[in-house]
Design a protein around this ligand. Structure first.
Ligand code: MCA
Ligand code: AMP
Length: 466
């Protein structure tokens, strides 16, 4: 298939095409195992995949794509409410999982099975993936990405990063988001570069993997810098890439000092894939995310809706346009995902310098939190807390955190005594572990304005210190 063309060009003599947490498959065996999955799911428009960090997930996703189905990765640690929402909202007809206790009736995945069946090539405008991601309020939304969009997004990165079949890609990111799954697995299969997925993104595992191209979120790079021996083992690599959240300038500098590499930083969203990046053959600047990748144009909108100047000073909302944008949100019209002339409003605040370099300076809304590179909606966590019988009111914010970027932090007014630990576990069990608050503060009342709306800015200051 076009999307995974590197997998089909791979011969048998290249060693494992994919290795996840110590278990590998050659390209031939991956093709055959995926074809067996494709035979199981063929005819299902939408297929959910229990996206654990395993070889089974790679085979399941590849197989469902071969069959022409749209793949819905379900977070490996999804709690009951989140799992049920994704399965219902996506309309998935089949789920691929080896955990029937979580997914009753799921079709199991066996990487040792083989089939030689072939399937017709999906159209470029057919949906390849539906990626669930948080908004400021309500349940996560399904972002529909077509085959054409994913191909364009991955090819733009190959161009910017000189990413070829000669690279050996290493990362240990979750297989249910754009970064770990689309860039980190489908990118390797499209560009034909062997992949080592380390199971978890631990510094020692990155060091041992001996890749040429490494992906990480800022928390991963910061933890690698805290283990200098692991960081130094990355010196022979070709390119270290950071994304999903802002890379703090001190981490950039420390990584350079330890590894000899200035990391490439790139910016993107689930809805747009990666739109801005520094380049393998170009400069890298701490605190800046580079220039638009092939096919992408950007705009800055001032608060009054006029075009903001590209003077490196003026801050505006960033808009992006390009062939890798989402088709629509699941269940919504295509128009609701774009401006009438095709731009996507990112909700990120940026500056653009006269030389075209972009700097992301924050988000327009404080209600989207980035914790360890995960996008977490404050409203979703508040709803989960309010479902606990002891919680009367809840407000959630992101508090700056050296390790995680922002830490999900909750303020609650309770109707009955409850332990902080119980509330944290309650959210982890309903939504997922990474959305759990890292701290819960018990307060007598939430600060509200005259309209009754919670004033979150006041939570971040004095109430946190108290
Ligand atoms: C802890 N754990 C719990 C609880 N407390 N489980 C249940 N209930 C609890 N109360 C478990 C967790 O499940 C986990 O288990 C372990 O304890 C550690 O949890 P945590 O502290 O959350 O993990 P961490 O070690 O701090 O994780 C840091 C991390 C992680 C590895 C950097 O945040 C991460 O993988 N981030 C990547 C996010 C990402 O890929 N975002 C891309 C979005 P166990 O370890 O066994 O699971 S795509 C995107 O943003 C765009 C397109 C882009 O630009 O890329
Ligand atoms: P997600 O939908 O999980 O893909 O999160 C997208 C958001 O992550 C963007 O809207 C940004 O706020 C943030 N983000 C991604 N990459 C970067 C980066 N390099 N610098 C700053 N923020 C980033």
């Amino acid at each position: 298939m076009r999307l995974l063309r590197g997998l089909h060009e791979h011969g048998t003599d290249h060693g494992p095409a994919v290795n996840v947490n110590g278990r590998g498959l050659s390209a031939d065996r991956l093709r055959n195992a995926a074809a067996a999955v494709a035979a199981d799911v063929h005819g299902s428009a939408t297929v959910a995949v229990d996206a654990t960090p395993t070889l089974e997930t790679v085979v399941a996703v590849t197989g469902a794509l071969l069959a022409g189905s749209a793949v819905v990765p379900v977070p490996a640690d999804a709690g009951d409410t989140e799992r049920a929402h994704i399965l219902r909202d996506s309309g998935a007809g089949v789920t691929l999982s080896n955990r029937p206790e979580l997914f009753p009736g799921a079709v199991p995945v066996d990487v040792a099975r083989t089939s030689g069946n072939g399937y017709p090539e999906p159209a470029a405008d057919a949906c390849a993936l539906v990626m669930y991601t948080s908004g400021t309020t309500g349940n996560p939304k399904g972002v529909e990405l077509t085959h054409g969009a994913v191909e364009a997004g991955l090819d733009a990165l190959a161009e910017a990063w000189d990413w070829t079949a000669d690279d050996r890609l290493v990362h240990g990111l979750p297989l249910f988001h754009v970064h770990g799954l689309i860039l980190g697995v489908l990118g390797a299969l499209r560009h034909g570069s062997p992949l080592t997925h380390t199971g978890r993104p631990r510094p020692a595992a990155y060091a041992a993997a001996r890749g040429t191209l490494y992906f990480g979120v800022p928390t991963v790079w910061s933890r690698i810098c805290q283990e200098p021996a692991a960081a130094r083992a990355l010196r022979p690599a070709r390119l270290l890439v950071s994304g999903s959240a802002p890379l703090p300038a001190p981490v950039f500098e420390r990584l350079f000092a330890l590894t000899g590499h200035k990391p490439v930083e790139r910016y993107g969203m689930t809805e747009t894939l990666i739109t801005i990046s520094s380049r393998a053959d170009g400069e890298r600047r701490p605190g800046q995310v580079g220039v638009p990748v092939t096919g992408v144009r950007t705009r800055l909108l001032a608060e009054d809706g006029t075009e903001a100047p590209r003077d490196g000073e003026t801050i505006g909302e960033l808009l992006v346009k390009g062939p890798m944008l989402l088709r629509r949100y699941r269940g919504q019209s295509a128009e609701s995902a774009r401006t009438p002339d095709g731009w996507f409003r990112t909700g990120d605040l940026a500056r653009i310098a006269p030389d075209g370099w972009h700097r992301i300076v924050g988000r327009a809304s404080t209600d989207l939190i980035k914790c360890g590179g995960y996008r977490i909606g404050a409203g979703e966590v508040e709803d989960a807390l309010l479902a606990h019988p002891a919680v009367r009111e809840a407000a959630v914010i992101g508090v700056p955190d050296e390790d995680l970027g922002e830490a999900v932090t909750a303020f609650v007014v309770t109707a009955a005594p409850v332990a902080e630990r119980d509330l944290i576990d309650f959210v982890a069990a309903r939504l997922n572990a990474h959305k759990r608050p890292r701290a819960v503060h018990f307060v007598d009342a939430l600060p509200r304005n005259a309209m009754g709306k919670v004033q979150k800015k006041r939570l971040a200051g004095p109430m946190l210190e108290a």
